[in-house]
Design a protein around this ligand. Structure first.
Ligand code: SAM
Length: 175
């Protein structure tokens, strides 16, 4: 892993607050009202600007998390589960994807997984790249039901340019 502070990177990235609005609006369409939410790699919990939730638990390396934790350290356990688990732009980070999914899936009934599929090379701090071909087999190893891919075209404001369009990809998975 490069010698950079991930929490600091997150802080900088999240100054552009409406960057993920189309993505987050689509994600919350798949979260029934009143659901409890476990958000792994929650960042600054921006998703809470899009969903009403009084029962939310966010885990991340960064300071905004309810529980600050590195997924590559020991596996966390809780004596409860949530209705919805979120992995929004996070699945590339843990070193051991199968270990991560096989353990954490038990803590929610339904999981929403979102990736940015067009990056071919590993971005800073990513340990894996996934795309529309490589993500489904991984999910199918761990979940009994995986939805068809849901594409989310997203317009992203860029410094020095008017905008960039990228398509996030999402799967809804049942344990
Ligand atoms: C691209 S951001 C996504 C944030 C949030 N899920 C969202 O979509 O708004 C990825 C997040 O994963 C977190 N992360 C990366 N590696 C991690 C690790 N090893 N343990 C815990 N969190 C990690 C980062 O700190 C960052 O907040």
């Amino acid at each position: 892993m490069p010698d950079r502070d991930i929490a600091e990177v997150v802080k900088i990235e999240y100054q552009v607050k409406d960057r993920w609005s189309e993505r987050n609006s689509t994600v919350v369409e798949h979260i029934p009202a009143g659901s409890s939410i476990l958000d792994l790699g929650c960042g600054d919990k921006d998703i809470l600007n899009y969903v009403e939730c009084s029962d939310y638990w966010g885990v991340d390396l960064c300071e905004y998390a309810d529980q600050i934790h590195d997924f590559d350290d020991e596996l966390l356990t809780w004596d409860r589960k949530w209705d919805i688990g979120l992995l929004l732009g996070v699945i590339y980070y843990p070193h051991h994807t199968d270990r991560f999914l096989s353990h954490y899936k038990q803590f929610a009934d339904k999981w929403i997984v979102v990736i940015n599929p067009k990056t071919i090379l590993l971005k800073d701090q990513w340990n894996h790249c996934f795309n529309e071909d490589t993500m489904p087999p991984v999910l199918l190893r761990h979940f009994s039901k995986v939805s068809s891919r849901i594409d989310i075209p997203t317009t992203i404001p860029k410094l020095g340019r008017s905008h960039e369009t990228k398509t996030f990809q999402m799967w809804v998975c049942e344990v």
